[in-house]
Design a protein around this ligand. Sequence first.
Ligand code: GLC
Ligand code: GLC
Length: 807
Amino acid sequence: MKYGHFDDERYEYVITNYNTPLPWINYFGQDGFFSLMSNTCGGYMFYKDAKLRRITRFRYNNVPRDYGGRYYYINDNGTIWNPGFLPVKTKLDSYKCRHGLGYTVFESEKNKLKCELLCFVPLKDLCEINQLTLTNLSNETKKITLHGVIEWCLWNAVDDQTNFQRNWNIGEVEIDDNTIYHKTEYRERRNHYSFFHTNIKHDGFDSDLDTFTGLYNSWCDPSAVMNKTSYNSKASGWSPIASHMFNIELKPNESKTIIFQTGYVENPDEEKFESMHVINKKRAYELQQKYNTKDQVLKAFTELKEKWMNLLSILNVKSDNDKFDRMVNIWNQYQCMVTFNMSRSASYYESGTGRGMGFRDSCQDLLGFLHLIPEKSRERIIDIASIQFEDGSTYHQYQPLTKRGNADIGGGFNDDPLWLIAAVSQYIKETGDYTILNDPTPFNNKEGSEKPLIDHLRASINYIITHKGPHGLPLIGRADWNDCLNLNCFSKTPGESFQTASNFESGKAESVFIAGMFVLYGKEFATILKNIGNEKEASNILKEVKDVEDATIKYGWDGNWFVRAYDAFSNKVGSHECEDGQIYVEPQGFCTMARIGESLGYGKKALDSVEKILTNDYGVEILHPCYKEYHIELGEVSSYPMGYKENGSVFCHNNPWIVIANTVIGNNERAFDVYKRNCPAYLEEVSEIHKTEPFVYSQTIAGRDAKNYGEAKNSWLTGTASWTMYAASQAILGIKPDYDGLMIDPHLPKEIKHASVTRVFRGITYHVNINNTSSGNYQMTINGKNIDGKIIPFNKENPEVTVVINL
Ligand code: GLC
Ligand code: GLC
């Protein structure tokens, strides 16, 4: 069942039924001010860090689920309704929620009153704009009240939800004409405040929640709205809000527009106050002036749309498969932008208070984002590398405000260092810019410890070389990519973190997955070294790669698939010898991508096993059979109920590895089959089962052993976005940035007979026409001339190149 439809012309998903199976959200913002927006107008805003600078309040775990947002209440002769359906839940005569790229528009109607609400964060400023237009479609004059309301968060989102004895005393606001300012803690140690402004004078306001709603009422039936009034309350402690009320009279066919703005302002210490206790609002006034007219809003909105048009023109495909095109051209790239901005911090499943920027997550997020904004990617790479330690190990995360490593979680995740090579090599391939390798980059952010970035890559490689176990395979540490395979944890204590506790350090547990990574990225690093003339160092590294490759062939092969790991007692994990968890997907993907045991047919056999044992209707499950019991020697993976999360769901992140691996062994049909199984656009028709947004990937889809088989969770913030972008563009379409130019190596399935791709690469626009007759032959033609090989010779003189590929 569908709850809306794609509008590819406008780059939107249009939700027409507000009863979606879960809230379907969107994101606004690019450089500091970020917002989450659900299809019911729910969500919240923050500045840079969703934990430490939360601007508006949102209660996770609420009943109903999606409560807290920017709520516009229309009281039309006793019928009270909201354009986004919540919170009042009055049945609407018509409803549309158009989630677009960085904006959302609601178009709703009730009793011949139409409301259009446009919401976005402008490109250049720290604010969210909500432009609301009411139109009277009836033949009679309507007298309505409109209340626009948001609820402030007292900045630190964790403290805000826990420290009530203090917080209910500290809330402070200022009211000034048509703006309500939130200035809690501004007097002491904060230099920032926020405001909720309207472009025309209100007829009343409220800033105290309990007064606005009435103590025993709720967002569904606020007293002020029901009574068509405002109490002009000035919050002092408790829960500060900002509500503006308007009495509006609309003649037949008349329209009225009001612009609401939620802004964030920082003042230098010496300019904090205008007078005793009165905040200096100069910067706020400047910001307010910029969006006070419809023309100004339209201009900012147009700029935002143009920015996206430009970004999406860098990589664009037109094939005979609509769903594939729509994902590659629009939604997959959009999701990559969001994961780049948010890492795993703020979604409807990530509270924004737990995780900062992950080392491995952010490195992988770059793989699908790099082509969009290489300069930002470069900056991100340096930020990430700066939390690495000199021995090559790394902090696992950093907090976006401080960019310092997060000591609570620490390090010891032994895959982390290698992801840096994945990101840097891809950056060089995209840009051709080797100078990044010379960028002075500190270790553990210590001033004076700066070394050229290439030394960080050396440290990464060296860490793996010097941390191997009894079989010559890399030690796993706290975990590798699979956070829940905790082979040194041995936890019996309720609540103890599986990732950070180590109750039994055997120094023995090894990861075949990291072995695959080491072979893949070790070779990559050797290529970079060769390219900059360090032949000798490159060949030394290739020797190390060979050792790990040999060890994997010898100890990492189970007969029909790759073993997953060796536990602390050197017992196999992910082997037919095990009772449960006999096969894991991760090493099948990575070791095949790394071509380990290629001449022995390992990749092919491993992927056959993946198809036979792990593949379900919605993709490839992470392991099989699911663990039925808790294994203290394996950790969190065996703690999840069967079929959920790491214990046997389709953990979407590693599905694109199987897509890519299948193209490596030349099985194009199967690659596309796996691609389609959990591609959201292909699951739109079964939204009632899949439940999450049909335009973005989710982290996990419950597996066959789960009660809710097929139900997805944790949409938006997942490495699936980047890896799928990589798989679709570089493996399936085969448009591969390489060190010496653009390689075209498509692996199209038979069902895609033709694809025209536009790709802007290092300033040159390539028009690539791929004709797929599935002949098994490959021929590249440039301007009618046949060319040998798969790399388009790089020629700066030609800003446009037209290429034909016959397959
Ligand atoms: C989550 C984490 C990621 C990890 C994965 C598998 O997506 O963000 O770092 O690799 O789970 O456990
Ligand atoms: C990842 C995993 C999750 C685990 C968490 C620990 O998000 O998906 O299952 O609990 O990492 O940090």
